[in-house]
Design a binder for this molecule. Structure first.
Ligand code: 5GP
Length: 192
C-alpha cells in the first residue's frame, strides 16, 4: 500500500534492535485518515472471504482492528493479557512472547466471543517473529473457528514470522513489507 509506505518513509523511526517506531501515526498518536484507507484496503483484499469477526491482541492491534472492522461491519475481539490462569475453563488461553517487551504474556479470550461458526480475520500492527499471530491462531484453533487470513500493517520481512506462517498455508497479507532497515542511517527498504 503506497500511502502507508510513503508515511513510514516520512515519519517512521528506525531504532536499535530491529524496532521500527511509528508512534506519530499508528502506535501512540493515530492518524484516522490513514487508518480508514487501511480499513478499505483490507476490505478489498479479503472481499472474497466470509469474515464475521476480527481478532487481535491488546494493546497495539486494537486501534487498527476496530477501524478495519468498520469496513467489514463485524465485531472485534481482542485477546487480553491476563494475570490469572484459566481455572474454570471459561476462556481460551495461550502464551505470547512480546517482541518489543521481551517477556511472555498469558493471553485469554472468553469462550463467549469465539465459536466454531466464526470465520476470523486476524489483524495486527506488526509482524516480526510471528509469536503474536501464532498465539492468536492457537486460540482460534482451540475454539474450532475458521481462520480466513491475517492482515498486517507492517511486516518486517527480515524476521521470519511471515515466511513461517505462509509455509504453514496461512494467508498473510501485509500492506507494507520492510526488507531492511538501518538504525544508523535511518534508511528503510521496502519489498517491491
Ligand atoms: P511478533 O510476535 O511477530 O514477533 O511481533 C509482533 C508484535 O510485536 C506486534 O504486535 C507489535 O506490537 C510488536 N512489534 C514487533 N516488531 C515491532 C516493531 O518493529 N515496532 C513496533 N512498534 N512494534 C513491533
Amino acid at each position: 500500500m503506497e500511502l502507508l509506505k510513503q508515511r513510514i518513509k516520512k515519519d517512521g523511526i528506525v531504532k536499535a534492535g530491529n524496532v521500527l517506531k511509528v508512534d506519530s501515526f499508528i502506535n501512540h498518536q493515530i492518524d484516522i485518515e490513514l487508518m480508514n484507507e487501511i480499513g478499505k484496503e483490507f476490505k478489498r483484499i479479503f472481499s472474497d472471504a466470509p469474515i464475521n469477526k476480527i481478532l487481535t491482541v491488546e494493546a497495539s492491534g486494537i486501534a487498527a482492528a476496530v477501524i478495519v472492522a468498520q469496513y467489514f461491519n463485524v465485531p472485534v475481539v481482542f485477546a487480553k493479557k491476563s494475570q490469572s490462569i484459566n481455572i474454570d475453563g471459561s476462556v481460551y488461553s495461550t502464551k505470547i512472547e512480546s517482541f518489543t517487551h521481551k517477556r511472555v504474556y498469558d493471553v485469554i479470550v472468553s469462550k463467549k466471543y469465539l465459536s466454531p461458526s466464526d470465520n476470523i480475520l486476524v489483524i495486527d500492527d506488526f509482524l516480526a517473529n510471528g509469536c503474536a499471530v501464532d498465539g492468536l491462531i492457537d486460540i482460534i484453533n482451540g475454539s474450532g473457528a475458521t481462520l480466513c487470513g491475517v492482515g498486517i500493517l507492517i511486516e518486517k520481512g527480515f524476521q521470519d514470522g511471515g515466511k513461517r506462517l505462509r509455509a504453514r498455508g496461512v494467508r498473510v497479507e501485509s500492506l507494507a513489507i520492510v526488507d531492511a532497515m538501518n538504525d544508523e542511517t535511518g534508511e528503510i527498504v521496502f519489498r517491491h
